[in-house]
Write a protein that binds this ligand. Sequence first.
Ligand code: G3P
Ligand code: MG
Length: 245
Amino acid sequence: MKTIVFAHRGASKLAPENTMPAFELALEMGADGIETDVQLTKDQIPVLIHDENVRRTTDGTGFVQDYTFEEIKNLDAGSWFSEKFSGTTIPSLEEFLRWVKGKNLKINLEIKNNIIDYKDIETIIYDHLKTHNLTDRTVISSFNSKSIKHFSHLEESITTGFLTSQKMKDLIDYAKDQGANGLHIKYRLLSRSLIEHAHNHNLYVAVFTVNRPLQIKRCFHLKCDGIFTDVPNIAKQIQESVQRL
Ligand code: G3P
Ligand code: MG
């Protein structure tokens, strides 16, 4: 199986992460899928942003969970990256799903609830996916195993990936116990034996965040099932050249 190249937070090297311009660019660059982070506003609207605090990637301050959707939509999520993107806003999950629906892209929604325990975030996301008929091309991932467990009980057709950046002795057994279909691991945890072990236990392996050509190449050589990269254009070029060999 070909390694799936996910644009990490969209094509986030050249456009502000987790915004519609970053998603559009990822599509133009030939990414196979898009990875994005989901949190909830005060009025429980799912929005796409990585940090729990809006400070780094917008012109606002404070926590996502303390903003209403209307308030968060007034923030500028593009200027911090470049003036060229000024006026770009934080997308809602709804906006993203409407856009992605007609595109040939896989979807990875990372539930960002390892610090803040957003009430009902799983069912809220699930309802959106159902409404748009997108369950079969979506991967749900989280560092929080509670969410993986929750989703694996919710629906068979949704793929779930357990995220980890820590070395864990019983990682495979643990992920299986949560009902995960795969592992989303930090690059430094990658090894040939882990891939083999995971595959033997019917788990796929996807690796984050790989931006250096040598690391990207290694992932392809080891036959990782997916990679997350800020530079999907470079990853796709490397993939083509590796295939030609
Ligand atoms: O989903 C892969 C990766 O995005 C996990 O880490 O912090 O970039 O969301 P982070
Ligand atoms: Mg993420």
